[in-house]
Design a protein around this ligand. Structure first.
Ligand code: URA
Length: 235
């Protein structure tokens, strides 16, 4: 693929802008500066760099973000900064979008991609991809609440009760809840339906992919093939 096309595909601006970056000798291919925008570069295992920052060629860009509180997942954030602001510009320019949404005050694992098919598969309730949440509750948990969550609770605007795949008290006020749907405020509404209240919410895992312990709030990381396999693991 032509070098300027590779840069454009990876979010480095218009074709003209990419050509100019290359001519300014700011782009290296597999470690060597290349100033020919039209050089035909094999894309397999390609690592190129722009201004010294390495980028691996990827057909689609998929990353995981440790979402901090205080960020919105919506396309046009209104009251807080958007989660995409935490990513470098070339990634944003590729048009990546969050897979599903976490509330502004929810922390934890958020997947972001420009792969529309992956986004569809993971956000569709049909695939039953489990999402694991840790909810801090206002009142102590009891067995009756866990039974209700496991048996199914009726939420406003939903035709049928929705049941958690797993619900476990991991502390007096700490609930680990696994859900396969991604309905609006689902954890908060399900817990409220049992007479309790969520005071803090954190997502630990999606599919078989857990938030890495060393990924700090606000940090992001590329998702590699082995993570993708874990991701699509269903219940
Ligand atoms: N359920 C919620 O209530 N909020 C989230 O952010 C995610 C799931």
């Amino acid at each position: 693929m032509q070098l300027e096309r590779i840069l454009q595909k990876h979010g480095f601006g218009t074709r003209k802008g990419c050509r100019s970056l290359i001519r300014q000798e700011r782009v290296a291919v597999n470690g060597a500066i290349c100033d020919d925008p039209f050089a035909d570069v094999p894309t397999a295992d390609l690592v190129f760099s722009v201004d010294g920052v390495d980028w691996a060629y990827c057909e689609f860009a998929t990353v995981m973000l440790h979402k901090p509180a205080g960020y919105e997942c919506s396309r046009k954030p209104q009251h807080h900064p958007g989660v995409l602001d935490l990513l470098p510009l070339p990634l944003r320019e590729r048009g990546v979008q969050p897979i599903g949404r976490l509330d502004e005050d929810t922390t934890g694992l958020l997947l972001i991609t420009d792969d529309g098919q992956l986004n569809h598969v993971l956000s569709s309730g049909k695939r039953k991809v489990p999402k694991v949440y840790l909810a801090t509750t206002k009142h102590p948990l009891d067995q009756a609440q866990l039974d209700q969550l496991l048996g199914g609770v009726l939420l406003h605007d939903e035709p049928e009760p929705i049941a958690a795949v797993a619900a476990e008290a991991v502390g007096p006020n700490l609930l680990r809840l696994t859900l396969t749907e991604g309905k609006y405020h689902q954890v908060k509404r399900m817990v409220a339906a049992t007479g309790n209240r969520v005071e803090a919410l954190h997502r630990e895992a999606v599919g078989g992919l857990a938030l890495p312990a060393d990924l700090q709030p606000g940090e992001w990381r590329w998702i590699v093939a082995v993570d993708l396999e874990k991701l699509v693991k269903t219940v």
